[in-house]
Design a binder for this molecule. Structure first.
Ligand SMILES: [Zn+2]
Length: 333
């Protein structure tokens, strides 16, 4: 009899697009949404203006929330190195995998009477699209997906934290990074902070599976990562996908009357997603070991933001990576 565990071990890698953590999809709907074609039928492309109840509610929010606190805006600008110039990133299959053009309307006006001021502010922050230095030795490419990808300088190369949702956007992020910072060094390790697909789905865009299987490139994840990744994304995949369309209104056109963003990021990229199974697990509650010559302390945090998630502390850089155990945006409701 094949147990669930055996089954999971027998699927060490999955190519092609598949359901991911309530965020991705089994069909081409997000690709169509990314294409931003005006929807036909009973959806009017412009939606409809806000009712007086909405107007009242948003006015109240504007008056009571602390918009004079602009620390997020200042902090976001810190360490900016270079913007990403291309607003669209193509998928290998030919469609648009990532489209920032459709969110430019957010910066065109100070405020919209149809968008909650907090969501507008958050989405404007998410419109920042490019390469940033977090501290010397740690860089982030932001705005290429729902999540951000980070690069930490190891002894021989770059340790990649959380390679986004699809391979094409990861490749574009890696190219931007290499153009400005990369020092011509390769990827030396990958770390998946947790089981949600926006933290591993693009791994195939940056590493060759053979190099992982041979052990040349360590891929590190919290204990039971595969079991919970498969449970959420495959066994529960269809239900999660359906919820996704209601949760984010993915099929609405991006506009002041339609789709504005997802809080964490503007959208989910629509390129090719796949998984490469980790070849090293953090098994104990807290473990310390070196990754490409850099001392790291891993802390398992099961059943927090994801069923399996972990924090990483890099003592010599005084840097703490908590993935989505800490975010400054409304999340996962
Ligand atoms: Zn998550």
């Amino acid at each position: 009899m094949t147990t669930r565990r055996d089954f999971i071990k027998s699927v060490p890698a999955m190519g092609a697009a598949f359901a991911i953590a309530g965020r991705v999809y089994l069909d081409d709907a997000p690709a169509r949404a990314q294409g931003a074609a005006p929807l036909e039928g009973h959806f009017h492309p412009k939606g409809k203006p806000p009712s007086r109840f909405t107007l009242e509610l948003l006015k109240k929010a504007k008056g009571t929330l602390p918009f004079s606190d602009t620390r997020d805006i200042e902090e976001q600008k810190k360490g900016f190195i270079a913007p990403m110039k291309e607003l669209k990133i193509r998928a290998d299959a030919g469609h648009v995998a990532w489209d920032m053009e459709r969110f430019q309307f957010l910066d065109a006006e100070e405020e919209f009477d149809s968008i909650h001021p907090s969501l507008h502010r958050q989405s404007k922050l998410n419109n920042n699209y490019g390469l940033y230095e977090v501290i010397p030795g740690i860089y982030q490419v932001r705005g290429f997906d729902l999540s951000d990808i980070s690069f930490v300088r190891g002894k021989t190369g770059w340790i990649v934290f959380d390679p986004l949702v699809s391979g094409e956007v990861v490749r574009a992020a890696w190219e931007l990074f290499r153009e400005h910072v990369g020092e011509g060094l390769p990827v030396s390790a990958i770390i998946y902070s947790h089981t949600h697909g926006d933290h591993w789905g693009g791994v195939r865009g940056i590493v060759d599976e053979q190099d992982v299987r041979s052990g040349k490139i360590p891929v590190i994840a919290p204990i039971d990562f595969m079991e919970f990744t498969i449970s959420e994304n495959v066994y529960a995949g269809n239900a999660m996908n359906r919820r996704l369309f209601y949760q984010y209104g993915l099929l609405l056109p991006a506009s002041p009357y339609g789709y504005v963003g997802q809080g964490l990021g503007q959208a989910v990229s629509a390129g090719a997603s796949g998984l490469i199974a980790p070849n090293r697990y953090v098994e104990k509650p807290i473990e310390e070991f070196e990754v490409d010559g850099i001392r790291m302390v891993f802390q398992n945090t099961p059943n927090t933001e994801a069923p399996r998630e972990m924090n990483t502390y890099i003592p010599d850089m005084k840097a703490l990576w908590m993935a989505e155990n800490v975010t400054s945006t409304l999340h996962n409701i």
